[in-house]
Design a protein around this ligand. Structure first.
Ligand code: NOJ
Length: 537
């Protein structure tokens, strides 16, 4: 099934797309089991078309024991029965295309589920067997091999090694139920290229590549030391993998897009993934992690644009996703950075302040050149849900921390669509089960229904901003002189964005017609934590 052509344009869609991220289990529940599904998404696609986004990225929808929110996959060519069927996924892709929405499918190449047939076969086979070569099995160190083979740490905390019944250990950079694949194995490479083709053949316009910087390991799996190349992050020999994937993507008409989840702090190293024969774009986590501070954000914008320019790749801008604290909550705290290590229960939050800043941040982000990612619920201004009952928390980051890390469930709570009590229209079937993560009792004013038509709502702000982004914003970014704490820039000659991150109101001394503002002005001045867009014909 070819990906339906959108309006012919000289600019490929992925260069400036607004991409909406759907976490399928929490978007909309069509069958009433309390878990979001493809039927629910299909019924709610008009919301996305009306919102004004260009593409939808779906977090993994594959069969999975759900040991890591679907990132533990047993079959890359199927849909989890809880979510629907492959036939429904094909229909969803086609219906989205009919609404002008490109589909981006999540691909998870670093690891599989421990219930994946390859890993089951590996466990059933003896040490040294070909079945084990697709993974990283090693003998342990110390007496009787009782110590793990090296000093690495799991990305989720704790050991990244688990010992099997026969005494060998296997590597898992994430949870124990997510064994890492051996990317030096030709079958592993061939399998993932076949999986890419499988989804491209079904009309996927692109793939989001999970943990894209971690696949290739130093074959000796040496101890981590402060010197020398890292044994598994951002290895030089990873680039041929993506060159090969690019050839697959380019063999389609229209060419498919590769979008990497690359957490590589060095801007020059990051840009290497975006060379013309590798990935098309990659998430910009530097911008996401920065505090609500004009100097810090401007530095991130400048370094991002400078790093992308030589490789001629578009920048991406991300404020939130299914792994990080919701924007309205993060910006309402004393420490407005995002840092996995700093997450803690009981952090005081001024949600009204956070919402005001989140509105201003939306206008800042949507005015930047490149593509932008919008995580579901951000358009509603949802807060992080921080009082989920402990026995409902699913995230291995929480459990592997011994319960000190709040984990990521709080940003994955099912969306509120309508009504004045849970499930807020999340499940539409009569007699539906309770949502898989409980929704707060005070979300009535946050539903799509309640916000629709309210000019002051976050939803209408996003709708207007996304419409204007398509029609009124083009051209490169040029900074304007501005008072301390204020970000001011033009796009082309006809558009200006002003964001006041300073504590006091500032004069608006830029000519132009007011297109949009994130909050009221005071005496014609731009208040603290407020943004506005100006246009000039
Ligand atoms: C990144 C994903 O975004 C996250 O949700 C997941 O836990 C890890 N990769 C492991 O797949």
């Amino acid at each position: 099934m070819p990906e339906p052509e959108s309006v012919p344009s000289a600019v490929p869609w992925w260069r400036d797309a607004a991409v909406y991220q759907v976490y399928p289990r929490s978007f909309a529940d069509g069958d009433g089991d309390g878990v979001g599904d493809l039927a629910g998404i299909r019924a709610r696609l008009p919301h996305l078309a009306r919102l004004g986004v260009d593409a939808v990225w779906f977090n993994p929808w594959y069969p999975s024991p759900q040991k890591d929110g679907g990132y533990d996959i047993t079959d890359y060519r199927a849909v989890d029965p809880v979510l629907g069927t492959l036939d429904e996924a094909e229909k969803l892709i086609a219906e989205a295309a009919g609404l002008g929405l490109h589909t981006i499918v999540d691909i998870v190449p670093n690891h599989v589920s421990d219930r994946h047939p390859w890993f089951r076969a590996a466990l059933a086979a003896p040490p040294g067997s070909p079945e084990r070569e697709r993974f990283h099995f090693r003998d342990g160190r110390g007496e009787h091999g009782r110590l793990p083979p090296n000093n690495w740490r799991s990305e989720f905390g704790g050991l990244p090694w688990t010992r099997t019944a026969d005494g060998q250990w296997y590597l898992h950079l994430f949870a124990a139920e997510q064994p890492d694949l051996n990317w030096d194995h030709p079958e592993v490479r061939a399998e993932h290229e076949a999986v890419l083709r499988f989804w491209f053949d079904r009309g996927a316009a692109g793939v989001r590549i999970d943990s894209a910087g971690l696949l290739v390991k130093d074959p000796d799996l040496p101890d981590l030391t402060p010197e020398g190349p890292h044994p598994y992050v951002d290895r030089d020999d990873l680039h041929p993998v993506y060159r090969s994937w690019r050839a697959v993507a380019d063999s389609y008409h229209p060419p498919r897009a590769l979008i990497g989840e690359v957490w590589v702090p060095d801007a020059e190293r990051f840009a290497r993934y975006l060379r013309p024969d590798e990935l098309h774009t990659a998430f910009n986590f530097d911008f996401l992690a920065r505090p609500w501070d004009a100097t810090a954000l401007r530095a991130s914008i400048d370094s991002t644009l400078a790093a992308h320019e030589p490789v001629e790749a578009p920048a991406t801008w991300v404020l939130a996703n299914h792994d990080v604290t919701r924007t309205a909550t993060r910006y309402g705290r004393a420490d407005t950075r995002f840092d996995f290590a700093a997450k803690a229960f009981g952090t005081p939050t001024d949600l009204a302040l956070g919402r005001r800043r989140a509105r201003a941040a939306a206008l800042l982000t949507l005015a930047l050149p490149g593509s932008v990612y919008l995580y579901q619920g951000e358009e509603l201004g949802l807060p992080e849900v921080e009082d989920l009952p402990p026995d409902r928390l699913r995230d291995p980051m929480h459990h592997r921390s011994g319960g000190t890390d709040p984990g990521r469930d709080g940003c994955r709570v099912p969306l509120p669509w309508s009504g004045d009590r849970p499930p807020y229209g999340f499940s539409t079937a009569p007699g539906a089960a309770e949502p898989w993560l409980p929704q707060p009792a005070d979300w009535t004013a946050l539903t799509v229904e309640a916000q629709t038509g309210d000019p002051d709502s976050m939803l209408e702000l996003y709708r207007t901003a996304l419409r204007l982004r398509r029609t009124a914003i083009t051209g490169g970014l040029r900074w304007r002189p501005a008072p301390e704490g204020v970000l001011a820039f033009d796009r082309g000659i006809g558009f200006t964005c002003l964001v006041n991150l300073s504590p006091q109101p500032v004069p608006i001394d830029t000519p132009g017609e007011l297109l949009l503002r994130s909050g009221p002005l005071t005496d014609g001045r731009l208040p603290s934590d407020t943004a506005l867009w100006l246009g000039r014909a």
